[in-house]
Design a protein around this ligand. Structure first.
Ligand SMILES: C[S@@+](CC[C@H](N)C(=O)[O-])C[C@H]1O[C@@H](n2cnc3c(N)ncnc32)[C@H](O)[C@@H]1O
Length: 209
């Protein structure tokens, strides 16, 4: 058995969640990402943050992009590696705590952030700042997450209201970007056992000037 004593408790919880043969969020890409992916220039260099078991990073690699997928969970990354092998694509996988990571600066054509709501307000502001600084000028930040109304649905996402989004919050915390898409909607999603059912969502795409 591997030694996980160095793993921070917050990440160990994710390792435990991912310790099943099933892909907790499925193996199909997120619907929003598929809808907006035509905005990505061909062969983009993409940073997929908190990419989990790799469903989104692997799909982007299949579209011909050059993907750097980062997640804190070693177990998730092992599953992402297996998914990439199955799909016969190559993807750069890195285990890192994104709250204490040395973010590359001005390197990426896009940062993809699908359900990354593990951070409270202060950590989230830093995470957003770092994500923006890692984009090249003209680069895109693509994010989908749950809105505060999700607490009533209970079909996925964190229980802490402060980790959830509102339109105003995204406008204000991502004010360094030009907004291309900002859409709040309630939709049924089916993403493995992790996200399933009617959900209060928000879609965001912004461009770094
Ligand atoms: C809800 S899952 C979403 C996974 C993936 N984006 C998807 O949509 O399938 C949240 C992810 O955040 C990762 N995570 C949580 N805290 C993290 C941290 N501090 N640094 C990096 N990744 C973290 C977890 O390991 C998990 O894969």
């Amino acid at each position: 058995m591997s030694d996980n004593s160095q793993t921070p408790p917050a990440i160990r919880i994710w390792d435990e969640r991912f310790s099943t043969d099933e892909y907790v969020y499925g193996t199909a890409p997120n619907d929003f990402l598929v809808r907006v992916a035509d905005q990505l220039p061909g062969q983009s260099r993409i940073l997929a943050i908190a990419d989990g078991e790799g469903r989104n990073g692997v799909w982007l690699a299949k579209q011909g992009h050059n993907v750097h997928s980062v997640d804190g969970s070693r177990i998730a990354l092992e599953k992402a590696r297996a998914l990439a092998q199955q799909a016969e694509v190559s993807i750069e996988l890195e285990q890192a705590d994104l709250l204490h990571w040395r973010w590359p600066k001005s390197q990426y054509d896009a940062v993809v952030a699908i359900f990354i709501q593990f951070a409270g307000p202060e950590a989230r502001r830093r995470l957003f700042e770092n994500a923006i600084s890692s984009l090249k000028p003209g680069g895109l930040f693509m994010l989908q997450g749950y809105r505060t109304e999700q607490l009533a649905y209970g079909t996925g996402g964190p229980p802490q209201e402060e980790n959830l989004y509102t339109e105003q919050l995204l406008k204000s915390e991502l004010s360094g970007l030009d907004v291309l898409v900002l859409r709040a909607h309630d939709s049924v999603i089916s993403e493995g056992m992790g996200h399933s059912g009617m959900s209060a969502l928000i879609d965001y795409v912004g461009r770094k000037p």
